[in-house]
Design a protein around this ligand. Structure first.
Ligand SMILES: *Cc1c(COP(=O)(O)O)cnc(C)c1O
Length: 426
């Protein structure tokens, strides 16, 4: 760090000497880790480039369709580009998905029928899925449960998939139609699942029941590894375009990829039976979806580096972190345990202060739709709620864990983490 930078941080952001000294130690420790992430990024950039070239993407794909949107070549070709990148038969990439939850819900509703069971094998799914499944307090909202789709769940055993219980369930319950896995930690104190770990579990699951659909919630996971879950046998996968794969450029949207028959079923849910993915005008956003995808391998790694740095600096400051800076990652999330509501809230407020947008507002805990506990969200993003941009959120519940993610540039992620840390010291 230049002397001028340190001066500015002290003057403008009231950095203490302690913060500066923690920075110096942390940055030294993490730089050794970055080489591995640079190599993964390089491979993924090449994968994306190759897919663009193979689909012969040109200026004409950035045009604007209207009305029904029949033959929107930008939309149809982006599906093909995604399918290539994910090594999948088919993709459905749409600005019409309002978020990741919508894409996941569409995949589930599209493929489950009354009498089927959905089996979650990585423990409790992400909070917003509870309404979809029908395990939240909300009633009469059209959950899977209300449509007669049953649900069961196998909790993790020491942070790993409990293969014995999973096998037992698959053998004894013939109604299981779909197995749900979540790659990222979500609001959980656990490591994300490496793609190879998921692959091994999928192989075992398929050896018992080849007919079940293995669905992976891939939110926050894209481009963090050299492979994606669809490379190792996942049948169906979904995620958000305002996380990793949108590269900070996609203004909205979600994607579903996987086996053609399952993606088609999902598409009949997104629109209607018989119409599926063939309709839907794209409001002139296609260039952004392409450009965001092109930048995504790079941006995702900027965010990962931010998380790695944050892990180290917070650990040095005396907090428990997960994962540690030198552990292998499969998502961009950094969990920090505060054991103290005030520290947690001050950390999140610090991230807000460190944002390019809305740095002047104080974020407060609130009752967010889809979540059971109050949640505090620090997000000063160019795109509302975009969590590939530097953001932190935390359900206000013991043991007061904040989840930090994103950062369009490593410099911003790093400075943001320091401002947040400094905000706890004050
Ligand atoms: C973000 C996320 C989702 C979907 O959340 P949205 O806010 O609806 O995009 C689902 N699962 C996981 C694990 C996530 O991280």
């Amino acid at each position: 760090m230049l002397k001028e930078t340190i001066e500015l941080l002290k003057q403008q952001y009231k950095f203490t000497d302690e913060t500066i000294s923690l920075y110096n130690q942390a940055i030294n420790d993490v730089e050794k880790e970055f080489e591995m992430y640079d190599e993964i990024r390089e491979l993924n950039q090449l994968k994306v480039l190759k897919a663009f070239q193979e689909e012969r993407i040109s200026d004409s794909h950035f045009t604007n369709s209207s009305g029904y949107g029949y033959g929107d070549i930008g939309r149809d070709s982006l599906d093909l580009v995604y399918a290539r990148i994910f090594n999948a038969e088919k993709a459905l990439v749409r600005p019409h998905f309002v978020n990741g939850t919508h894409a996941i819900g569409t995949a589930l509703f599209g493929n489950l029928r009354p009498g089927n069971t959905m089996l979650a094998v990585t423990g409790s799914p992400y909070d917003t899925l509870h309404n979809i499944i029908g395990i939240s307090k909300e009633e009469n909202i059209g959950s899977l449960k209300e449509y007669g789709v049953k649900y069961s769940q196998i909790d993790l055993k020491n942070g790993k998939l409990d293969m014995e219980k999973i096998k037992e369930a698959l053998i004894s319950d013939k109604t299981i139609k779909l197995v749900h896995m979540q790659r990222s930690t979500g609001y959980g104190w656990r490591n994300s699942f490496l793609v190879n770990e998921l692959g091994e579990a999928i192989k075992e699951i398929k050896s018992i029941r080849n007919d079940v659909i293995v669905f992976v919630d891939n939110c926050y996971g894209e481009f963090i590894d050299t492979k994606e879950p669809t490379d190792v046998g996942a049948d169906l996968m979904a995620g958000s375009l305002i996380k990793n794969i949108g590269g900070g450029i996609s203004p909205t949207g979600g994607y579903i990829v996987g086996k053609a028959e399952y993606v088609d079923q999902a598409s009949y849910r997104l629109t209607t039976p018989g119409i599926g993915g063939e309709c839907g005008s794209t409001f002139g956003v296609m260039r952004q979806l392409y450009q965001g995808l092109f930048l995504a391998p790079h941006i995702a790694m900027e965010a990962v580096k931010g998380a790695v740095f944050c892990a180290r600096v917070m650990e040095l400051a005396g907090f428990e972190v997960l994962p540690k800076y030198n552990e292998k990652r499969s998502d961009i999330i950094q969990a920090i345990k505060f054991n103290d509501a005030e520290k947690l809230i001050n950390f999140c407020k610090g991230i807000q202060k460190a944002s390019p947008i809305d740095s002047f507002v104080e974020c407060e805990p609130w009752d967010m739709p889809g979540y059971t506990d109050q949640v505090i969200m620090a997000a000063g993003a160019f795109i509302q709620g975009s969590s590939i941009e530097l953001s932190a959120d935390a359900p206000i519940r013991e043991p007061y864990i904040a989840y930090l993610q994103g950062g369009l540039t490593f410099d911003h992620a790093k400075i943001g983490a320091l401002i947040a840390l400094n905000n706890i010291f004050k």
